[in-house]
Design a protein around this ligand. Sequence first.
Ligand code: ADP
Ligand code: MG
Length: 308
Amino acid sequence: MGSAPLIVVALGGNALLRKGQRGTVEEQWETVSHAANQLARIARDGVRLVLTHGNGPQVGMILEAFEQLPRDKPRPTLDVATAMTQGWLGYMIAHSIERALGWERRAVAIVSRVIVSRDDPAFKNPTKFIGSYYTEEEARRLMREKGWIMKPDPRRGWRRVVPSPEPRHIIEYERIREAAERGYIVVAVGGGGIPVDENLDPVEAVVDKDLASSLLARQIGADKLVILTDVPGVAINYGKPGEKWLREVSAGDLLKLYEEGHFPPGSMGPKVLAAIRFTIETGRPSAIGLLEEAYEVYKGDKGTQVLP
Ligand code: ADP
Ligand code: MG
């Protein structure tokens, strides 16, 4: 196993909870099993596998549930809510991939922290929407009472925004690499990791899971970074006339397109940046594609392949 290629696969939120699902436990098992069946096809190639995942809907569910409690009941901070989702989804993903592989390989979920800088400009300009939607009046009260920063979400209503700082260092990277080298399928940096500052004090922020996955892939010396989502790859003029899906693109050309503003922040932007950073820094390929084509995306036959 030691010399088998090491692949990092990032799973989008839709791989864990599909749009329109309420999020019952049965629905979650069904959706995660579906993802695990796709990932099992990669694992059967004999590679070492590290899986990362988003947690947007799940963090929303946790925060919303706590909001229902009487006001005097304690609530988790954001780092604790992210840790909860790492346990919750780590359990479901590890269990589902073991099952998909006929219980012949072992998986392990590692609670993972990520260092961010207190000087990150993101702290002056929080942009990441989290949790429930409120009316403007409720939002103004919450800003007063809780000190939250809230902004109107372009989709509907007002929501809390939190900083989304750059990931600097995944604390558990050696443990993650060692577990993968021993042949465990590792689930790590769920939800982008639990953010802590340079002094290892917890931080109220959310790190982008694609950027954290890219950093992890570089720190553990992965051979390829594969980002799976609900579209078949990266398009220019996405959803507009002249839409063109990119099949193979050099990291340098993709960086030019990124800088020209082709990819929106919060969705395709961070995936593209994650792939560019991995491939430019390591000289190794990365790919972005559909969960249902996981094996082909990993093999280089489908999705957008980002080449050195
Ligand atoms: P995930 O949960 O997998 O992280 P996101 O919703 O964050 O997924 O990002 C994937 C979404 O990005 C797609 O569903 C698509 O609608 C959107 N998207 C925006 N711009 C592009 C683009 N240029 N090419 C492909 N998809 C894009
Ligand atoms: Mg996303």
